[in-house]
Structure formats: structure tokens, C-alpha cells
Design a protein around this ligand. Structure first.
Ligand code: PSZ
Length: 298
């Protein structure tokens, strides 16, 4: 199955085939909107409030008003899973644009935002999380408001495709030699028992999994340092990993020509993966670290 049949649109539920937005649509013509991707495990949202909070921050930044409180929207998104009897691992994509109106750069007046959300199955990529991934480095050519989860993903798409062409999973982006984030994930470097990652400025998306990782690190007494590392630091890294709602915590074992930690995921990465699984109440897959209970990282 691709997408579950019932989708949420403008506050009501419809069959996915009956959705039709006009071609004069702000999201389509200007990328004038924002989105979220929320992880679902066994039919239950993970880091749900974090995603809702970020959605509302993004909307506020680009001045789109929607007729729902956070609680209303959360209720609708919960209903979406119920209407589809969703009980698998999956994800929900949701998008809000400034609406449908004749093409004009000025914001249209008295036009409703277009809102839709749909659910789809998505298995955890256990193999990738076990073995780790290869990455490349690229200059970060994006705009100055990367904390907004904007629909304008052209630079991200170009970077991700460049990674693929080079036989890699992701592209690590950098500005003036300082690492910001990957094309669709946050990135971290471990050195001497400490985790380093870019501070939560406008230069990166403030990842929901990153919030969780910071919490796990605190529970494990691992220093979490919000300081950008340099591309030059990568060759000497003890471990590296990336995070996103679908890749969870994935080890990075190669960056360009540099092999990280002999090409094997490191112990801190493994501990964080175990903490994630305990927190999300999902299967542990790593045998080389003790299984944590959810209590142990509270
Ligand atoms: O399924 C997918 O392809 C997904 S699910 C989430 C993402 C991709 N990306 C989120 C993201 C991002 O696009 C950028 C530029 N930086 C960081 C992240 C991680 O955000 P969270 O942890 O909220 O998913």
C-alpha cells in the first residue's frame, strides 16, 4: 500500500482520490507554505507535541493563520490515524500553504490556508541503523531561515541527489567550513566522549529527534555540546551520526574519503539508539549494548 485512503483536508476527511487543489495554489507556485513529517510506530505518534509546536512556529514565521488551535489540529491528526485503522509503523505528511488564489506575489486577502495530511506505512530501516551510512560534504547554499520547515526544498533536493550520485546516503552541508546539517537530517560528531552539533540558530532545522537525543544524552551523562564542528574535524571524529524522524539515529561510517571509527558504528551512537528504542517503545536491535528500560532515561 502507498498512502492510506482517508486523508485530512480543510478540517474534514476525504478519500485521497477526491482531493483536488487548483493549479493556482500558493504551495505549488511559490512554495508558499510549511510542512511536517511525523513518525508513527504501531499506529501511535512519536514526538507528536514537538512536531505540532514546530508547525505552529513555522506558520507564525511566515504569517499563515489557520483556524485551529494546536489542540484542534492534534485532535484532527489523531483522528486521521483512527479513520484509517492505522496500526503499522509509518509516517504522516502534513502541509499548510497560504491557499488558492490568482498568482500574485502579494499575500492574497481573505483566502483560507490549504491544509492536508495523509498517512503512509514506513518500515524502520533497521539494516541501515545497524551498519551506518556513507555521506559526502557540500557547501550549504540555502537561505537564512532554515529553522522554518518551508516547502522550498530545492537546495535540499539537489544536495540529496548529489549524495546519491556519489553512492552516499546523505550530504553534510557546511557554511564557511562549519557544519550545519544534512539535506534532510541533523548531524553530530562525537569526540572524546562528547557530542557536538550545530546550535539551534536560524541556520538549521530544529529537529524533533534532536530534542530527544539531547534528552537521552543527559540521561546517559554524555555531554551534549551545541557548538558547530568543522569539516576539518571530521577526519579525527571518534563517531558520527545523523537523525531524523524516519532515519531515527543512524551511524555515519564514511564522510567523503574519511572512514569514521574503522567503518563501524560507535558505542555512544549505540547507546543513543537503545535509548531511542526504549523511549519510543519499539524493538531494540543492537546486541552490543544493554537494553535500557524507558525508566532509565527519564
Ligand atoms: O521521510 C523523510 O524523508 C524525512 S522525515 C524527516 C525528514 C525527512 N527531515 C527532517 C529534517 C530536515 O529536513 C532537515 C533539513 N534537518 C533536520 C531534519 C530532522 O528533523 P526531525 O528530527 O524533526 O525529523
Amino acid at each position: 500500500m502507498s498512502v492510506y485512503p482517508i486523508v485530512l483536508t480543510q478540517g474534514t476527511f476525504k478519500h485521497r482520490d477526491s482531493l483536488n487543489f487548483p493549479f493556482e495554489e500558493r504551495g505549488l507556485q511559490f512554495g508558499d507554505g510549511v510542512y511536517e513529517v511525523i513518525r508513527v510506530y504501531q499506529g501511535k505518534y512519536y514526538l507528536f507535541n514537538e512536531h505540532i509546536d514546530r508547525l505552529y512556529r513555522s506558520l507564525e514565521e511566515i504569517k499563515i493563520a489557520i483556524p485551529y488551535t494546536k489542540e484542534d489540529f492534534a485532535e484532527l491528526l489523531l483522528e486521521l490515524l483512527k479513520k484509517n485503522d492505522m496500526d503499522t509503523d509509518g509516517k504522516v505528511y502534513l502541509q499548510v500553504t497560504r491557499g488558492s488564489a490568482p498568482r500574485d506575489h502579494y499575500f492574497p486577502e481573505n483566502v483560507d490556508a490549504n491544509i492536508y495530511a495523509y498517512a503512509e506505512p514506513a518500515a524502520r530501516n533497521i539494516e541501515m541503523m545497524k551498519t551506518g551510512v556513507h555521506t559526502i560534504t557540500l557547501p550549504d547554499i540555502r537561505w537564512s531561515y532554515c529553522h522554518i520547515k518551508s516547502l522550498n526544498l530545492l537546495p535540499n533536493v539537489m544536495a540529496k541527489q548529489e549524495a546519491k550520485i556519489n553512492g552516499s546516503f546523505e550530504a553534510i552541508q557546511h557554511k564557511d567550513g562549519l557544519v550545519t546539517e544534512c539535506s534532510s537530517s541533523n548531524v553530530y560528531l562525537v569526540k572524546n566522549g562528547k557530542i557536538y552539533t550545530h546550535p539551534k540558530t536560524n541556520g538549521i532545522l530544529h529537529g524533533c529527534v534532536r530534542i530527544a537525543v539531547e534528552k537521552f544524552a543527559a540521561g546517559l551523562n554524555i555531554p551534549f555540546i551545541e557548538e558547530a564542528f568543522r569539516v576539518d574535524d571530521i577526519a579525527g571524529a571518534d563517531e558520527m551520526f545523523l537523525t531524523s524522524s524516519t532515519t531515527e539515529i543512524t551511524p555515519i561510517i564514511k564522510v567523503d574519503q574519511d572512514v569514521i571509527h574503522d567503518g563501524k558504528p560507535g558505542q555512544i551512537t549505540r547507546k543513543l539508539q537503545a535509548a531511542y528504542a526504549a523511549d519510543a517503545n519499539i524493538a531494540q536491535f543492537s546486541e552490543d549494548v544493554p537494553v535500557l528500560t524507558s525508566k532509565s532515561n527519564e
